[in-house]
Design a protein around this ligand. Structure first.
Ligand code: NAD
Ligand code: WQD
Length: 336
């Protein structure tokens, strides 16, 4: 297994995964339509690794463009990050989310079949555990969703499972990410959201920079030790390394396998704020506001399966995540 197609490879998690792939000697081909990222990510990946990679600016909804990538490259396996991911926006634009995330995946797997590519790693999400399961989340729990974005992940997982039943050559790993944060140590690549961030850490970073006045903490009356929501934050580099382990697993096994990628440890919003203050040496102002609709109190992973099947576990703690996020933020005040 040498040549890896990375869809969404200029995005946040994809770019970090390209770095790890190149550093381990894989050849990388990136396909991205740049709807939520910039081509500069490619130059930065090259700068970090000193290696070359191929880039196609192409939309997964354009099956001829996808075909061109497969016809021009001998692809051995695919890591599929490309998709729209903003929960709130998915409620406003459900059709766009279903069309992009499902339609893009259909074109990709149809083209894989045409070119006899059978190894596939999919970006799923802890969001598939919905509202009704108890922590820690295990991969055998029933899946559900509360918004169109979440449903795209639930539906795609089901489709991927069904196609592995019909085609015994297929090997598909669905990695269920918990809350990816942080940035590459170099400060060259990281999360670069457009406009006002929705997620906690990018928002806190903007408060630290002085671009936003204060964090709104969405509720301090949850049934948690300090009353604020608890999540399983995971360093994006740990997550990226998990994809290499998943590729190796897919190389040796067939069928459909969902696997959690988290640390197994929960951190509250107030603990994140404290860790970020330590990282940046500045005060993070905050106000307590109403709970955000759709939020749950606590989410964290059971990580046994990842250790057992992939031999992988997260290494970086919340202090390192915040330090690397701040290093990226302060070095990229005008974006990437
Ligand atoms: P991102 O937006 O930074 O990266 C996704 C990339 O896909 C972007 O570069 C975008 O331009 C590209 N893309 C979108 N639609 C496309 C299309 N039709 N054709 C070609 N390219 C397209 O997001 P990310 O945070 O790196 O997330 C990567 C994947 O992981 C997504 O599938 C996301 O749903 C999933 N995920 C993310 C998180 C998170 O919190 N970041 C958590 C769980 C799962
Ligand atoms: C974390 C905590 C908030 C912002 C989302 C998606 C999920 C996955 C990851 C893709 C919660 C609190 C947040 C703010 C706050 N993405 N918060 N003030 O909601 O766990 O997960 O991203 O698959 O599907 O739903 O992440 O970073 O938005 O929130 O108090 O301004 O921070 O209430 O407790 P979430 P988040």
């Amino acid at each position: 297994m040498i040549n890896i197609l990375v869809t969404g490879g200029t995005g946040f998690i994809g770019s970090h995964t390209c770095v790890e792939l190149l550093e381990k000697g894989y050849e990388v081909v990136v396909l991205d339509n740049l709807c939520n990222s910039k081509e500069s990510a490619i130059d930065r990946i090259k700068k970090i690794t000193g290696k070359n990679l191929k880039f196609y600016k192409a939309d997964l909804l354009d099956i001829e463009a996808v075909d061109k990538v497969f016809s021009e490259n001998k692809i051995d396996a695919v890591i599929h990050f490309a998709g729209l991911k903003a929960v709130g926006e998915s409620v406003e634009k459900p059709l766009e989310y279903y069309e992009n995330n499902l339609g893009g995946t259909f074109n990709l797997i149809k083209t894989m079949k045409k070119y006899n590519v059978n190894k596939f790693v999919f970006s799923s999400s802890a969001t598939v555990y919905g509202m009704d399961n108890n922590v820690p989340y295990t991969e055998d729990m029933p899946t559900s969703a509360t918004n169109p974005y979440g449903y795209t992940k639930v539906m795609i997982e089901q489709i991927l499972k069904d196609i592995t039943v019909a085609d015994k050559k297929l090997s598909i790993v669905a990695l269920r990410y918990f809350n990816p944060i942080g940035a590459h140590e170099s400060g060259l690549i990281g999360e670069d959201p457009h406009g006002i961030p929705n997620n906690l850490v990018p928002y806190v970073a903007q408060v630290a920079l002085g671009r936003l006045d204060a964090l709104r903490i969405f509720g301090n009356d949850y049934d948690t030790p300090d009353g604020t929501g608890i999540r399983d934050y995971i360093h994006v580099t740990d997550l990226a390394v998990g994809h290499l382990a998943a590729l190796e697993y897919a190389d040796k096994n067939v069928g459909f396998q969902p696997i959690n990628l988290g640390t197994g440890k929960g951190t509250s919003v107030l603990e994140v704020v404290k860790a970020y203050e330590k990282a940046c040496g500045r005060e993070i102002k905050f106000n307590i506001t109403e709970r955000r609709a759709g939020d749950i109190a606590v989410s964290y992973a059971e990580t046994t399966l990842a250790k057992k099947l992939l031999g992988w576990e997260a290494k970086r703690d919340i202090d390192k995540m915040c330090a690397d996020s701040w290093n990226f933020t302060i070095n990229n005040t005008e974006g990437m």
